[in-house]
Ligand binder design. Sequence first.
Ligand code: CA2
Length: 145
Amino acid sequence: MSKPVYVLNGPNLNLLGLREPEIYGRETLADVEALCRATAKDFGLDVIFHQSNAEHELIGWIHEARGTACGIVINPAAYTHTSIALHDALKASDLPVFEVHISNVHAREAFRHHSYVSPVAIGVIAGFGISGYAAAIRRLAEVIR
Ligand code: CA2
């Protein structure tokens, strides 16, 4: 049995599709989950999908993924720009990590230009809308093959 991919989503992503469609599009988090499951299925992978507004919960799932998952696809949302704790947890996971942002963070405010997660990620994708999650899962499948 192959190990699942953990797809983790940070604070406020539960609002996806409900507010700010000009930045984040019209798709909901349920649409993101369906896309991830369909993409992973093409590679015979299961998905464990979570969203939380609490940093400690995201860290708990990263700890859980260690040893049980084949990799982590994470949109850390605003914690991208603030969280040394997420950096440390992802580094300690010893898993291939892919960082996804729906919007192009580099074309936005300066405080979104720095990521604590990028140094511990194999790949980073930004500005591809929710398709970025599918691209990250496809790349993960290649990397673990
Ligand atoms: O572009 C992304 O995916 C971000 O990770 C989204 C975060 C933001 O803090 C990052 O800089 C970039 C924000 C997620 C909040 O999502 C919302 C969706 C709809 C309405 C309000 C917030």
